[in-house]
Design a protein. Structure first.
Length: 324
């Protein structure tokens, strides 16, 4: 075996080992707060993961330099809106100016960059409203002031509760790789039906009835008819990506809004529905329209899924060869 291959294997193993350590540290902190507040750990995991995904795409939020918790408080929220010292870490003066910042590790300092201080401050904010789902929903609304954010966080909490772990990763190509299919990058192409617009996805051409599969772990947010997309399904993953599957010929049995899915779960079948009232079909060749959207806490926008799709397909083909 070559030295370069050994080094690569060592790097991959090291990265996986580091990731496992981070998950363990996070879970320990979530469980610690659960024991203090009686709010289940998976709500802390959901809030932290939501903030992590938002933080990764926002320029107005500083990147976390160290630690494992990504919950962010604006300086005016942490220190108090009228506090002349927006970097204040003194719990007494923070309290005088109506700031949220608290000392969670008992060192006499309320540091917004400290994992325990940030998590304890969020835990205390939530516990003022109660510990059950309905009261936590109110608490999340009061804090974020955005219904979509509350919906996403509660969905994440359900996923973490369902699996009982933090490491929930993996993807699948949206149609079986052994099926007869083709696709290319069509993101940004012009479309005219329904008005001049941009194509927000990649079209995967395949025969009628080819299974359409969830590409990720996530929750079904949407299912039904759309004038442009025909029968379609929308799935939200744990990285705040929304996966949109359109022009389906039908849905898989027992698929429902709110359902947790995994990579490879069959959710429907390739068709050519859309461009009209419910039931319209046959206005174009059968294919799956697959789109991806990112939410940043304020708005959602489309991005090109082609490169992810080609990577997932290669990954799945390699796995099939390996398991022969």
């Amino acid at each position: 075996m070559s030295i370069s291959l050994l080094l690569l294997q060592g790097k991959v193993y090291g990265e996986a080992n580091d990731k496992e350590k981070i998950y363990k540290k996070r879970m320990a902190l979530y469980k610690e707060m659960e024991s203090v507040t009686f709010i289940p750990w998976y709500y802390y995991a959901a809030i932290d993961q939501y903030e992590r995904s938002v933080r990764s795409v926002r320029r107005d939020i500083p990147k976390k330099q160290n630690g494992v918790i990504s919950i962010y408080f604006k300086p005016e929220m942490w220190s108090g809106p009228n506090n002349p010292n927006q970097g204040d870490s003194n719990p007494y003066t923070i309290g005088l100016f109506g700031g949220m910042g608290l000392d969670g590790n008992g060192d006499g300092s309320a540091d917004s960059n400290n994992d325990r201080d940030a998590l304890y401050t969020m835990a205390t904010t939530l516990s003022h409203f109660g510990t059950d789902r309905d009261h936590l929903k109110i608490a999340l609304w009061e804090y974020y002031q955005r219904a979509k954010t509350v919906e996403i966080i509660l969905g994440y909490a359900r996923i973490y509760h369902h699996y009982g772990r933090l490491q929930i990763e993996g993807n699948a190509f949206p149609v079986p790789v052994r099926s007869n299919h083709s696709y290319r990058s069509t993101f940004g192409d012009k479309r005219s039906f329904g008005g001049r617009r941009m194509h927000e996805g990649t079209d995967i051409f395949a025969a009628h009835g080819v299974p359409v599969r969830a590409t990720c772990y996530g929750i079904i947010e949407l299912k039904g008819w759309n004038r442009l997309g025909g029968w379609r399904i929308g799935i939200r993953d744990l990285n705040n990506n929304y996966h949109y599957y359109a022009h389906l010929g039908g849905f898989a049995k027992n698929i429902a809004i709110g359902q947790i899915v995994e990579p490879g779960t069959v959710i429907g079948f390739v068709g050519n529905t859309g461009y009209g009232p419910p039931g319209t079909a046959g206005k174009f060749p059968p294919h799956l329209h697959y789109g991806t959207y990112k939410d940043n806490g304020y708005m959602e926008w489309a991005y090109d899924p082609y490169y992810q799709l080609s990577f997932w397909e290669r990954q799945e083909r390699q796995a099939l060869k390996k398991n022969r």
